[in-house]
Design a protein around this ligand. Structure first.
Ligand code: AMP
Ligand code: GLY
Length: 423
């Protein structure tokens, strides 16, 4: 089978790496890919936002399956375009991808289906939102309705910050059209968990859980990032929570979606808050998480390819899904300055030595090959994953690998998977 993976991050390297292990995979392309995907597969220099060119490539090269990595292409309708061309593609169509692309769509569905989430109000007028800031209980969470590169959520601890967030989103349009409408919601307390499930209409299968570390610095300090590391399985998950998740979140969600004519086919990754009372949905993501995927896939024993195909074509109930019981710890190495303005173009040393270590997998994110050297080219540069029989062992292995790697300005968190969650 010929496979195309769309995207260029650590998540896409992990997908290419895992799919390449399938006995049914003959050739794998990645568009545009990075220095890590080249070699495992073949990079194709098409940017992720050139949807017609991607479809043309898939058609001309008789690609049997295209897997979409990033959220914005799903929201832009890449799946609808591929399907109209008769191409097999993994990911939800534009309508189903609203679950991630519009927080208001997701809230309205959750409210109709009584799915536990934070109490929220929606606003399309900044004057009304600003008035509400005067009376709402603090702290409060202000969210842009649309996609904002993971930056559209602000937790305000006082009224001035809340008002500033509203102005910046709705009046100054800091996130463009994404902030035309906003949500103001209660701030939940608890510990977070990222669940990954394959969804095919009304059926779904759990893949695995992970816990992401979103803040830039140790001890959960500093600004929010796309994710600085992950541990899988999540250390705050158990069988009782999984039953609750199925009964109070997944079943009503899939019934609600099918009732209003939305057929979700793809990877659903709800971000959950485990509060003292119950599980509550923070958001729905419609694609694999980054860096969760780099922790989850190295634990996966099953062949991923038939699972993706069963998600698209049906038969998900009958496929075997098996995971290694060991723990995976993934640590992100980021460029100096990230998540703010960061420097790129730095040579990376020590990758070969680190790759020799047992139970270590190095996934590239913001890297490129230049004059025979691997150089940094993005904010999140590498994701180092290690497997271990315990969190301690996986951590030791991941950080031992990191000790081998160097690039100018490199920074990473030293406490990934360390601190037990609050609940
Ligand atoms: P979202 O994009 O909605 O997942 O939000 C990004 C991050 O903001 C989440 O992973 C949480 O850390 C935080 N967050 C979002 N909504 C809430 C909430 N209602 N209460 C507390 N934290 C939240
Ligand atoms: N790590 C969070 C995300 O992929 O959205």
């Amino acid at each position: 089978m010929k496979i195309l993976v769309v995207g260029s991050g650590g998540r896409e390297h992990a997908l290419v790496w895992k799919l390449a292990q399938s006995p049914d995979a003959d050739r794998i392309y990645c568009a545009p890919g990075n220095a890590g995907t080249e070699g495992v597969g073949e990079n194709v220099p098409i940017p992720t936002n050139d949807l017609p060119k991607l479809a043309r490539f898939a058609k001309e090269n008789r690609i049997d399956l295209t897997v979409i990595g990033p959220d914005n292409q799903l929201a832009a309708g890449i799946v609808d375009l591929f399907e109209a061309e008769g191409l097999r593609v993994f990911g939800p169509d534009k309508k189903a991808a609203q679950l991630e692309a519009s927080k208001i769509f997701a809230k309205e569905l959750m409210s109709a289906e009584k799915i536990p989430t934070a109490h929220a109000r929606m606003f399309s007028s900044s004057a009304e939102a600003l008035n509400y800031c005067d009376e709402v209980a603090l702290p409060v969470v202000i969210k842009a309705d649309g996609l904002a590169l993971g930056k559209g959520v602000i937790i305000a601890h006082d009224r001035a910050d809340a008002r500033q967030a509203v102005r910046s989103m709705m009046e100054e349009r800091a996130f463009g059209e994404a902030g035309r409408r906003i949500i103001i919601e209660e701030c939940l307390r608890g510990s977070e968990c990222s669940v990954h499930a394959l969804v095919s209409g009304k059926s779904f299968r759990m893949l695995a859980t992970a816990r992401d570390h979103k803040r830039a610095l140790d001890d959960d300090l500093g600004p929010n990032t796309g994710g600085m590391g992950a541990v899988s399985p999540a250390d705050n998950w158990n069988a009782a929570r999984e039953r609750e998740f199925t009964g109070s979140i997944m079943q009503p969600l899939l019934e609600g979606l099918t009732r209003n004519g939305t057929m979700f086919r793809g990877l659903l990754f709800p971000g959950l808050m485990i509060t003292q009372q119950e599980l509550r949905v923070l958001e729905f993501n419609c694609r694999f998480g980054d860096p969760e995927t780099q922790a989850i896939l190295p634990r996966m024993r099953s062949d991923l390819l038939p699972l993706l195909i069963a998600t698209i074509e049906g038969g998900l109930e009958n496929v075997a899904i098996e995971f290694d019981s060991r723990v995976a710890v993934t640590v992100i190495l980021a460029s100096g300055g990230y998540p703010g303005k960061y420097e790129t173009g730095k040579p990376i040393a020590g990758l070969e030595n680190a790759a020799q270590l047992a139970d270590v997998q190095i996934f590239h994110a913001g890297t490129k090959q230049q004059d025979g050297k691997t150089m940094t080219s993005g904010g999140r540069v590498l994701a180092i994953t290690a497997l271990g029989d315990s969190v301690e062992q996986a951590r030791e292995r991941a950080y031992a690998a990191i000790n081998q790697i160097h690039f100018d300005g490199c920074h990473f968190r030293r406490d990934i998977a360390l601190r037990p969650p609050d609940t």
